[in-house]
Design a protein around this ligand. Structure first.
Ligand code: VGL
Ligand code: ZN
Length: 223
Protein backbone atom coordinates (compact mmCIF):
# COMPACT_ATOMS: atom_id res chain seq x y z
CA UNK A 1 0.00 0.00 0.00
CA UNK A 2 1.27 3.44 -0.78
CA UNK A 3 1.54 5.76 2.18
CA UNK A 4 2.01 9.43 1.39
CA UNK A 5 1.54 11.47 4.58
CA UNK A 6 0.87 15.22 4.76
CA UNK A 7 0.86 17.56 7.75
CA UNK A 8 -1.69 20.37 7.99
CA UNK A 9 -1.05 22.86 10.83
CA UNK A 10 -4.19 24.93 11.26
CA UNK A 11 -4.28 28.62 12.22
CA UNK A 12 -1.39 28.87 14.69
CA UNK A 13 -1.70 32.65 14.72
CA UNK A 14 -1.27 35.43 17.28
CA UNK A 15 -4.99 36.22 17.53
CA UNK A 16 -5.73 32.64 18.62
CA UNK A 17 -3.10 32.72 21.38
CA UNK A 18 -2.33 34.38 24.67
CA UNK A 19 -1.12 36.91 25.67
CA UNK A 20 -2.50 39.32 23.07
CA UNK A 21 -4.88 37.34 20.85
CA UNK A 22 -8.36 38.79 20.42
CA UNK A 23 -9.77 35.23 20.23
CA UNK A 24 -7.13 33.58 22.40
CA UNK A 25 -7.50 29.84 22.99
CA UNK A 26 -6.43 28.84 26.51
CA UNK A 27 -2.90 27.36 26.34
CA UNK A 28 -2.89 27.89 22.56
CA UNK A 29 0.82 28.74 22.58
CA UNK A 30 1.82 25.62 24.48
CA UNK A 31 1.37 23.32 21.47
CA UNK A 32 4.17 24.94 19.47
CA UNK A 33 6.99 22.60 20.67
CA UNK A 34 4.84 19.64 19.57
CA UNK A 35 4.13 21.25 16.21
CA UNK A 36 7.86 21.83 15.76
CA UNK A 37 8.46 18.14 16.53
CA UNK A 38 5.90 17.24 13.86
CA UNK A 39 7.64 19.59 11.41
CA UNK A 40 10.83 17.49 11.84
CA UNK A 41 9.07 14.31 10.67
CA UNK A 42 9.22 13.17 7.03
CA UNK A 43 5.82 14.32 5.77
CA UNK A 44 5.78 14.56 1.99
CA UNK A 45 4.15 17.98 2.28
CA UNK A 46 3.84 20.25 5.32
CA UNK A 47 1.21 22.97 5.15
CA UNK A 48 0.32 25.79 7.52
CA UNK A 49 -3.04 27.50 7.19
CA UNK A 50 -3.90 31.06 8.15
CA UNK A 51 -7.29 32.47 9.01
CA UNK A 52 -7.05 35.64 6.92
CA UNK A 53 -10.11 37.87 7.10
CA UNK A 54 -10.92 41.24 5.55
CA UNK A 55 -12.00 43.85 8.14
CA UNK A 56 -15.62 43.64 6.93
CA UNK A 57 -15.86 39.85 7.37
CA UNK A 58 -19.30 38.44 8.13
CA UNK A 59 -18.04 36.48 11.16
CA UNK A 60 -17.08 39.62 13.09
CA UNK A 61 -19.69 40.70 15.64
CA UNK A 62 -18.56 44.29 15.02
CA UNK A 63 -20.03 44.10 11.52
CA UNK A 64 -23.55 43.30 12.78
CA UNK A 65 -26.15 45.62 14.35
CA UNK A 66 -27.16 45.34 18.03
CA UNK A 67 -28.53 43.53 19.89
CA UNK A 68 -27.30 40.41 18.08
CA UNK A 69 -23.66 41.41 17.91
CA UNK A 70 -22.10 39.92 21.02
CA UNK A 71 -18.78 38.19 20.30
CA UNK A 72 -18.72 34.49 21.28
CA UNK A 73 -22.47 34.58 22.01
CA UNK A 74 -24.52 35.93 19.12
CA UNK A 75 -25.38 33.82 16.12
CA UNK A 76 -26.05 35.24 12.67
CA UNK A 77 -27.84 33.77 9.71
CA UNK A 78 -25.42 33.67 6.82
CA UNK A 79 -26.89 33.12 3.38
CA UNK A 80 -25.14 31.35 0.58
CA UNK A 81 -24.42 34.33 -1.74
CA UNK A 82 -24.87 32.01 -4.71
CA UNK A 83 -28.05 30.37 -3.49
CA UNK A 84 -30.47 32.38 -1.31
CA UNK A 85 -32.29 29.17 -0.39
CA UNK A 86 -29.28 27.92 1.53
CA UNK A 87 -28.29 29.50 4.85
CA UNK A 88 -26.53 28.52 8.05
CA UNK A 89 -26.52 29.77 11.61
CA UNK A 90 -23.01 30.83 12.50
CA UNK A 91 -21.34 32.15 15.66
CA UNK A 92 -20.01 35.71 15.74
CA UNK A 93 -16.48 36.47 16.95
CA UNK A 94 -14.32 39.37 18.02
CA UNK A 95 -12.38 40.85 15.11
CA UNK A 96 -9.48 38.45 14.53
CA UNK A 97 -6.79 37.56 11.99
CA UNK A 98 -7.43 40.69 9.95
CA UNK A 99 -5.24 40.73 6.85
CA UNK A 100 -2.16 42.88 7.39
CA UNK A 101 -2.42 43.07 11.20
CA UNK A 102 -0.03 41.51 13.78
CA UNK A 103 -2.86 39.25 14.98
CA UNK A 104 -2.90 37.45 11.64
CA UNK A 105 0.79 36.48 11.85
CA UNK A 106 1.84 32.89 12.45
CA UNK A 107 3.55 32.50 15.85
CA UNK A 108 7.23 33.41 15.41
CA UNK A 109 8.31 30.38 17.48
CA UNK A 110 6.72 28.00 14.96
CA UNK A 111 9.37 26.67 12.58
CA UNK A 112 7.74 28.11 9.46
CA UNK A 113 10.95 27.55 7.50
CA UNK A 114 10.01 23.83 7.49
CA UNK A 115 6.55 24.53 6.02
CA UNK A 116 6.22 24.02 2.25
CA UNK A 117 3.02 26.02 1.66
CA UNK A 118 0.91 28.52 3.56
CA UNK A 119 -2.80 28.35 2.67
CA UNK A 120 -4.96 31.38 3.49
CA UNK A 121 -8.65 30.94 4.31
CA UNK A 122 -11.63 33.08 5.28
CA UNK A 123 -10.76 35.75 2.72
CA UNK A 124 -14.26 36.04 1.22
CA UNK A 125 -16.10 38.51 3.44
CA UNK A 126 -19.48 36.90 2.67
CA UNK A 127 -18.87 33.47 4.19
CA UNK A 128 -17.42 31.89 7.33
CA UNK A 129 -14.70 29.35 6.55
CA UNK A 130 -13.58 27.16 9.43
CA UNK A 131 -12.36 24.38 7.15
CA UNK A 132 -9.07 24.99 5.39
CA UNK A 133 -10.58 23.26 2.34
CA UNK A 134 -13.78 25.21 1.63
CA UNK A 135 -16.67 27.20 3.05
CA UNK A 136 -19.53 25.16 4.56
CA UNK A 137 -22.06 25.71 1.78
CA UNK A 138 -22.86 22.71 -0.35
CA UNK A 139 -25.22 23.96 -2.97
CA UNK A 140 -22.91 25.24 -4.39
CA UNK A 141 -19.81 25.76 -2.28
CA UNK A 142 -18.67 29.41 -2.57
CA UNK A 143 -14.87 29.25 -2.16
CA UNK A 144 -12.24 26.54 -2.24
CA UNK A 145 -8.78 27.27 -0.85
CA UNK A 146 -6.84 25.04 -3.25
CA UNK A 147 -5.74 22.77 -0.38
CA UNK A 148 -7.41 19.65 -1.80
CA UNK A 149 -5.66 20.12 -5.14
CA UNK A 150 -2.31 20.72 -3.43
CA UNK A 151 -2.64 17.42 -1.54
CA UNK A 152 -4.01 15.40 -4.46
CA UNK A 153 -1.27 16.70 -6.78
CA UNK A 154 1.35 15.37 -4.34
CA UNK A 155 -0.38 11.98 -4.26
CA UNK A 156 -1.16 12.34 -0.56
CA UNK A 157 -3.02 9.40 1.01
CA UNK A 158 -2.92 10.35 4.70
CA UNK A 159 -3.48 13.74 6.35
CA UNK A 160 -2.39 14.62 9.89
CA UNK A 161 -4.11 17.68 11.33
CA UNK A 162 -3.00 19.79 14.31
CA UNK A 163 -3.29 23.40 15.48
CA UNK A 164 -6.09 25.74 16.55
CA UNK A 165 -8.84 25.60 17.42
CA UNK A 166 -9.72 21.96 18.11
CA UNK A 167 -13.49 22.62 18.09
CA UNK A 168 -13.59 24.96 15.07
CA UNK A 169 -11.00 25.07 12.34
CA UNK A 170 -9.16 21.85 13.21
CA UNK A 171 -12.51 20.04 13.43
CA UNK A 172 -13.91 21.19 10.09
CA UNK A 173 -10.56 20.80 8.34
CA UNK A 174 -10.27 17.20 9.55
CA UNK A 175 -13.87 16.38 8.59
CA UNK A 176 -13.39 17.87 5.10
CA UNK A 177 -10.09 16.00 4.74
CA UNK A 178 -11.92 12.73 5.36
CA UNK A 179 -14.62 13.77 2.86
CA UNK A 180 -11.87 14.41 0.30
CA UNK A 181 -10.90 10.76 0.71
CA UNK A 182 -7.74 11.16 2.80
CA UNK A 183 -7.17 8.84 5.75
CA UNK A 184 -7.30 11.54 8.41
CA UNK A 185 -5.81 11.70 11.88
CA UNK A 186 -5.95 14.57 14.35
CA UNK A 187 -2.90 14.84 16.60
CA UNK A 188 -4.63 15.11 19.97
CA UNK A 189 -1.96 16.81 22.09
CA UNK A 190 -1.15 19.30 19.35
CA UNK A 191 -4.57 21.01 19.40
CA UNK A 192 -6.49 23.12 21.95
CA UNK A 193 -10.21 24.00 21.95
CA UNK A 194 -12.07 27.30 22.39
CA UNK A 195 -14.73 25.42 24.45
CA UNK A 196 -13.48 22.21 26.08
CA UNK A 197 -17.08 21.13 26.75
CA UNK A 198 -17.73 20.80 23.02
CA UNK A 199 -15.01 18.19 22.50
CA UNK A 200 -17.30 15.25 23.30
CA UNK A 201 -19.47 16.16 20.30
CA UNK A 202 -16.38 16.71 18.14
CA UNK A 203 -15.08 13.23 18.99
CA UNK A 204 -18.44 11.71 18.07
CA UNK A 205 -18.27 13.45 14.69
CA UNK A 206 -14.76 12.11 14.17
CA UNK A 207 -15.90 8.57 14.95
CA UNK A 208 -18.80 8.88 12.51
CA UNK A 209 -16.48 10.24 9.79
CA UNK A 210 -13.69 7.70 10.33
CA UNK A 211 -11.26 10.35 11.61
CA UNK A 212 -8.83 9.00 14.22
CA UNK A 213 -7.39 11.00 17.09
CA UNK A 214 -3.81 9.94 17.76
CA UNK A 215 -1.33 10.86 20.46
CA UNK A 216 2.28 11.61 19.56
CA UNK A 217 3.40 9.85 22.73
CA UNK A 218 1.72 6.55 21.75
CA UNK A 219 1.26 6.43 17.99
CA UNK A 220 3.72 6.45 15.15
CA UNK A 221 3.15 8.40 11.95
CA UNK A 222 5.48 6.05 10.04
CA UNK A 223 2.88 3.45 9.13
C1 VGL B 1 -11.34 29.88 14.15
C2 VGL B 1 -13.15 30.95 15.10
C3 VGL B 1 -13.15 31.87 14.08
C4 VGL B 1 -10.33 28.78 14.23
C5 VGL B 1 -11.35 30.80 13.11
O1 VGL B 1 -9.23 28.91 13.62
O2 VGL B 1 -10.60 27.77 14.90
N1 VGL B 1 -12.24 29.97 15.14
N2 VGL B 1 -12.26 31.77 13.08
ZN1 ZN C 1 -11.99 33.34 11.68
Amino acid sequence: MTYVPALVIVDVQEDFCPPNGTLAVTDGRTIVPLLNELLDLPFVIKIATKDFHPQDHVSFASNHPPPNNKPFVSMATIMNPQNPKESIESRLWPDHCVQGTPGAELLPELHVNKVHEVVEKGKDKRVEMYSAFADPFLNPCVVKSGLAKLLHDKGVTDVFVAGLAADYCVRYTALDSAKEGFKTRVVGEATKPVSPESMEEVLQEYTAAGVDVIEMSNDSIEK
